[in-house]
Ligand binder design. Sequence first.
Ligand code: AMP
Length: 192
Amino acid sequence: MRLVLLGAPGSGKGTQASRLKEHLQVPHVSTGDLLRAEVAAGSKLGLEAKGIMAAGNLVSDEILLGMLEDRFSRPDTGGGFILDGYPRNLAQADALGRLLQRIGQPMDFAVQLDVPTELLVERIAGRAQAEGRADDNPESVRKRLDIYTSQTAPVIEFYRQHGQLTVVDGVGSLDEVFTRIIEAIAPSRDVG
Ligand code: AMP
């Protein structure tokens, strides 16, 4: 199964991706996690990305694509993957389409976790307390939500127009949302 998970910051993508990874037995590729690992390792790329991430801005498309190509060159993604955090703009959607085509691994579904904005803000505030992520401060959160609306929402439209989008209601318990995703990607469903 080759899944792309879409959704605003705080929509539960990361949490659901971890569950899906166990269920589907495919790796969870999170561009946010890959970047945070670079920051933690203090690599050149990490140093470059650190401030950009803390401010809630997008790291450059070139860096992201390089990182993704690297990740997809590892054999564990050969049997499928759950991609979380990418694409975040139309240029990335285009780059992803070309990358997956080149490696012969077209995506099966783009799943959007749909959550109203008020709830997103509430969830991120909760996560900030629990996890203390550097980019969960109010200014950065506002910035990330703005970028989501202006740059990432068009990606959802793009997949909708290409008949690849599956929208899942992201409001509810972890289990409820997980069950909805599993139903939405069941083999009998074909969104063409
Ligand atoms: P996430 O964990 O997906 O919320 O990502 C955390 C931060 O990493 C984002 O706010 C961006 O600064 C950066 N990031 C993650 N994925 C991407 C991407 N596809 N394009 C640009 N920046 C990204």
